[in-house]
Design a protein around this ligand. Sequence first.
Ligand code: DLZ
Length: 159
Amino acid sequence: MSSADKNLSIFSTANLPDVSEKRFAVLVAEWNEDITEALGKGAIETLLKHGVKEENIIKRHVPGSYELSFGAQVMAQREDIDAVIAIGCVIQGETRHNDYINNAVAQGLTDVALKYNKPVIFGVLTPNTHQQALDRAGGIHGNKGDEAAITAIKMLGLK
Ligand code: DLZ
């Protein structure tokens, strides 16, 4: 069983909608890039596995997770983008920076989704340690980027 399959076992992937003509933006934050690149790769591989055309996946980078909201807005306002997957990893430090970033990006992504009436997926890990992040970026807890991709596909089925 691949790490993707292990990961996806937490929710159903049966009866997914046809997304072969849908276009996705995958936004990847550069902070903790060993983690975020693995998550982004997982998301893209899962989209491809479920019939999305390679040319219909646009991958872009932003500096940190805080910038995901603006990046998502830029992508969501494009008529040719159907869904946005925002990937980041905010690791808890000695200060409360992580709380501020996590709260801001969660609210920001929600706002963009509601403003543009498009799925904007919260693919941001919020671990206490780097090891916890690794565990969720292709490690023992699978790859949360895969889940983010499946979530985007499912949400497009609502429209
Ligand atoms: C500043 C900062 C810190 C301390 N930690 C992280 C992190 O763990 N993960 C992440 O994605 N970004 C971090 N950043 C950067 C902020 O997201 C943002 O890029 C800067 O505050 C500039 O707006």
